[in-house]
Design a protein around this ligand. Structure first.
Ligand code: KG4
Ligand code: ZN
Length: 488
């Protein structure tokens, strides 16, 4: 704990007088300076209050103080006093000078770095979830030209942009590297060549600056992002749907995750991206710079989800596994047939593209909703979540999809769950979620590496299961669903 309660020595200097002391938090309040009242005038601190302690000073430009009566006073500040503490000093009833000041237990600022796939992201976040600064460089357009992510190209682009992205995040935060408490970086799972860039750079920054290093699991970061913006307590159910994963996980604590279902082949984002490529959606001007999922969702808005009947995978199975590859092949076959029917050649797209997209999106959604419904039944049968607090967190790039979210909302409503989903910007890959996972680990004092030896030993892992796989237990239960939730 950064504790500044022990201020021996101040009494002698200031006895009998009222003063304000200004201290710079780092390094640890060793330098004190007296500042006159008028420096604080613009802070509107009521002069008649005995202010015992500084609690926190945030980028919202508010200083919070605790008074002698444990009241909290918040006051706007105008100067750049982010890392500065003001303490008003008073005599107590016995005429003894006393300053008992402490800052919040877990006060911290973390720099997060993300390079697991095709986005180079960095962000500076504080323990309240305040994003002090951020930067993101997306390789999406380059990979679009190649028809998919080519790992060596992703590696080169991460190398080219990592320095500017991290520097830009720091610069926009107004926080210097020296003020950062630790550096959190994605090291698993992901594309090995991409992960290496962030891992090497993050480790180097930590070692050069003498800062702790926090290795981050990309999927854990997706799952925990919601806790930055909403109060979601462990344990909760998480549905992670992204370009690389489909996972139903029980989040028990920062370090305890149980897999209830996962994909046996493709990920849903991949199913969207491959469909978009095959449907040549990039040739539709409005869709030219969208991700595959975004483009399919956009076109589906005016399409008929009943126009084509795509099968729902795995619903008869007594588990919560996902499979998207069969659905993709059914779509491919349907496209071939339609292209012959409409004599489609070259870069032209199908005339009924909106119906094709809407029907495909409906089938993907139905699959996701059904497997999630089974997971909810498994959870209640095994009593894995407290009944009074059934929460479903959905995250990952595909969680940006409004249609899927609406269907999940219906499911949650019927099953007695509350649905939580981070804003779209936080669902796709970014540095903020990595910094936030760093904050969670810092506060919980778990997974933070301090020694040079430990930091140097960190390596990447392309594959890394988020936790223990409960699929066999799910199957052993033989879940039967009496009423499938309808969302259409
Ligand atoms: O989480 P993310 O940024 O990267 C991975 O870790 O995979 O997810 C990217 C994926 C892409 O496949 C993209 O097509 C999909 O998320 N995505 C969407 C939407 N926006 C992005 N899928 C469906 N609907 C969307 N609106
Ligand atoms: Zn991701």
């Amino acid at each position: 704990m950064d504790n500044i309660s022990n201020t021996t020595g101040l009494g002698g200097e200031t006895e009998g007088r009222e003063k304000i002391f200004l201290a710079t938090l780092f390094p640890k309040l060793t330098q004190w300076a007296d500042v006159p009242w008028d420096t604080m005038e613009h802070c509107h601190i009521p002069k008649n209050k005995l202010i015992l302690g500084f609690v926190q000073c945030t980028r919202r430009k508010l200083l919070h103080f605790v008074t002698a009566r444990s009241e909290l006073i918040s006051t706007p500040i105008t100067s750049n006093t982010k890392r500065t503490v003001y303490i008003q000093y008073h005599q107590n009833l016995n005429n003894e000078p006393r300053v008992t000041t402490s800052i919040e237990n877990n006060r911290c600022i973390i720099l997060g770095i993300e390079t697991s796939c095709d986005d180079t992201g960095a962000a500076v976040v504080d323990e309240t979830g305040q994003v002090l600064g951020e930067a993101l460089h997306s390789q999406h357009k380059v990979h679009l030209l190649h028809g998919g992510i080519i790992p060596p190209i992703a590696n080169r682009l991460h190398e080219e942009h990592i320095v500017e992205v991290v520097e830009s995040a720091l610069a926009s935060s107004g926080v210097s590297l020296a003020d950062v408490d630790a550096i959190a970086t994605t090291v698993k799972p992901g594309l090995p060549l991409s992960l290496c860039v962030g891992k090497n750079y993050g480790k180097k920054l930590a070692l050069d600056a003498g800062k702790p290093f926090i290795p981050i699991h990309h999927m854990e970061a997706h799952a925990l992002t919601i806790r930055m913006v909403e109060k979601v307590e462990f344990p909760f159910l998480v549905l992670l749907i992204s370009g690389g994963h489909a996972l139903l996980v029980l989040a028990k604590s920062l370090d305890e995750w149980k897999i209830i279902g996962q994909t046996i082949d493709d990920a849903p984002g991949e199913a969207f991206d491959k469909a978009a490529r095959r449907l040549k959606l990039r040739n539709i001007p409005e869709c030219s710079s969208m991700s595959g999922g975004q483009a399919v969702e956009y076109l589906s808005r005016e399409g008929d989800p009943r126009a084509f009947d795509y099968p729902t995978p795995m619903w008869k199975y007594r588990d919560c596994s996902f499979s998207f590859s069969g659905l993709k092949h059914t779509l491919y076959k349907n496209i071939e047939k339609l292209e012959v029917e409409y004599a489609i050649e070259g870069g032209r797209v199908l005339p009924n593209i909106r119906d094709v997209c809407a029907s495909y999106q409906y089938a993907l959604t139905k699959h996701i909703v059904r497997q999630t419904q089974k997971a909810m039944i498994y959870i209640s049968t095994r009593e894995l979540l407290p009944e009074e607090n059934y929460s479903l967190v959905v995250s990952g790039g595909v969680a940006c999809n409004q249609y899927i979210k609406t269907a999940l909302r219906v499911l949650c409503h019927k099953m007695g769950y509350t649905l939580f989903c981070p804003p779209p910007k936080l669902c796709t890959d970014n540095g903020i979620m990595i910094a936030w996972n760093g904050i969670e680990r810092w506060k919980a004092k778990t997974g933070v590496l301090y020694s040079k030896k430990d930091i140097e030993a960190v390596d990447i892992q392309g594959k890394s299961p988020i936790g223990e796989d409960l699929t066999d237990d799910v199957r052993s239960l033989g879940i039967k669903v009496k009423n499938w939730i309808k969302f259409r």
